[in-house]
Write a protein that binds this ligand. Structure first.
Ligand code: SF4
Length: 342
C-alpha cells in the first residue's frame, strides 16, 4: 500500500454499546405479526404500533399488517394482534364483542406488572404507578385496577399523591423508565410515605436496565452519543437522557443514519452508539457505515451484559401453528398414500 492509499489516522472512534437493540419482548411481538401473516394471510390487524419503531411498523405494513388505533376499526370476525405494550382488560372484552380473533403480543414482563397490579388491588392497596401519562403501557396497566391506581409521572408528581392508608401502599412502574429517575421518584414518595412497599421484583425490565447500564459506562468518554430509535419509544428517549446525564457532551435520537447532521460530529473524536429495544440491528449497521464514511472507522464494542432471554410466541398462535402443521402433514401423507395406490 502506498502512502497516498493508506487510511488516514484520524483518531476518531466509535464506542458501540452492547447490549443494544431488540429485546426478547420486541422480538416475540414482531415474530408474532410475521407468523400470523404467514398462517392466516393478509390483512392482519394490529392494535397500536406493535412496537414503537417507525421502520419496523412500515416494514410490517408492506408485508400486509394493518395498524389501527382501536378495535372498532377492525372488521368483525378478523384477526387482531395486541401490541407488546399491553392492553387494559376492557380491550379484550371489546374484541370478544366484535367476534375478533385476538392474539396477545403483550411482553410477558409487562404482563407480570399487570398481575402485580391485580394482586395488590385485590388486597385493597393503593397503587402508585410510576410512568409517563398517556403511554400505552401505563394505560393498559392502570386499566387493570383503575380504582386503586394513581399515576406518578416523575419526581415532582410525588408530592401530589393522596392515599387512604399510608400502611397499605405500593409502587409499581412502567417497564421502560430511567432507573435513576425512578429511584428519585421513589425516594420522594418515601419521604411522605415511609411504609411504601416496593414491587416484588424489578418492574423496569432487564433490557431497559442493561441498555442504560452500558450507555452509562461509555458516556463520559463520548463527545456525542447517538441512539437509534423512534421518538415515541420510551426506552430509546431515556437512553439519550441517561447518556447526557452520565457525561456525554451531547446525545441525539435518530430513526435513520440519514438524520445524522455533520454538525453533530464536527470536532468530535469519540462517538457512542446504541439503539433502543425496538430497533433492528441493520439500522445500527447503517449508522456505522455513515460514521465510517466520515472518518469514524475505528469501532470498539463495549459489552456489559450477555442477554440470552427469549419468549415463546403467544399460546393462541402456537396452537394454530401446530394445527396447521398437523393438517399439512396429513395432506402430505394422504397424497403419498394415493400415489402409492395409483
Ligand atoms: S423493553 Fe422490556 S418490557 Fe418492553 S418489550 Fe422489551 S423486554 Fe418487554
Amino acid at each position: 500500500m502506498t502512502e497516498a492509499q493508506a487510511t488516514p489516522q484520524t483518531g476518531k472512534r466509535v464506542l458501540l454499546a452492547k447490549p443494544r437493540g431488540y429485546c426478547a419482548g420486541v422480538d416475540r411481538a414482531v415474530q408474532t405479526v410475521q407468523e400470523a401473516l404467514k398462517l392466516y394471510g393478509a390483512p392482519i390487524y394490529v392494535r397500536k404500533q406493535i412496537v414503537h419503531n417507525k421502520h419496523v411498523v412500515s416494514t410490517l405494513e408492506r408485508q400486509g399488517a394493518v395498524f389501527v388505533e382501536e378495535n372498532e376499526e377492525v372488521p368483525e370476525g378478523s384477526t387482531v394482534i395486541f401490541s407488546a405494550h399491553g392492553v387494559a382488560p376492557e380491550v379484550y372484552e371489546q374484541a370478544k364483542s366484535r367476534s375478533l380473533k385476538a392474539i396477545d403480543a403483550t411482553c410477558p414482563l409487562v404482563t407480570k406488572v399487570h398481575h402485580e397490579a391485580r394482586r395488590f388491588a385485590a388486597d385493597d392497596y393503593d397503587i402508585l404507578l410510576i410512568g409517563h401519562e398517556g403511554h400505552e403501557e401505563v394505560v393498559g396497566t392502570a386499566g387493570e385496577a383503575p380504582a386503586h391506581i394513581q399515576l406518578v409521572d416523575g419526581p415532582d408528581d410525588a408530592d401530589k399523591v393522596t392515599v387512604r392508608d399510608p400502611e397499605k401502599v405500593v409502587w409499581l412502574s412502567q417497564t421502560t423508565l430511567s432507573v435513576d429517575e425512578t429511584m428519585e421518584t421513589v425516594a420522594r414518595l418515601k419521604r411522605r410515605l415511609p411504609l411504601l412497599q416496593s414491587p416484588p421484583s424489578d418492574d423496569i425490565c432487564y433490557a431497559t436496565q442493561n441498555r442504560q447500564h452500558v450507555v452509562k459506562e461509555i458516556a463520559a468518554d463520548c463527545d456525542v452519543v447517538i441512539v437509534v430509535g423512534s421518538r415515541n419509544s420510551s426506552n430509546s428517549v431515556r437512553l439519550v437522557e441517561v447518556a447526557v446525564d452520565a457525561g456525554a457532551r451531547a446525545g441525539y435520537l435518530v430513526d435513520y443514519a440519514s438524520e445524522i447532521s455533520d454538525e453533530w460530529l464536527a470536532g468530535a473524536e469519540t462517538v457512542g452508539l446504541t439503539s433502543g429495544a425496538s430497533v433492528p440491528e441493520d439500522l445500527v449497521m447503517e449508522v456505522l457505515d455513515h460514521l465510517a464514511a466520515r472518518g469514524f472507522a475505528d469501532v470498539t464494542e463495549v459489552t456489559t451484559a450477555d442477554e440470552r432471554l427469549t419468549f415463546a410466541l403467544p399460546q393462541e398462535l402456537r396452537r394454530d401453528m401446530k394445527a396447521a402443521a398437523r393438517a399439512a402433514a396429513q395432506q402430505t401423507d394422504a397424497l403419498a398414500a394415493s400415489g402409492a395406490n395409483g
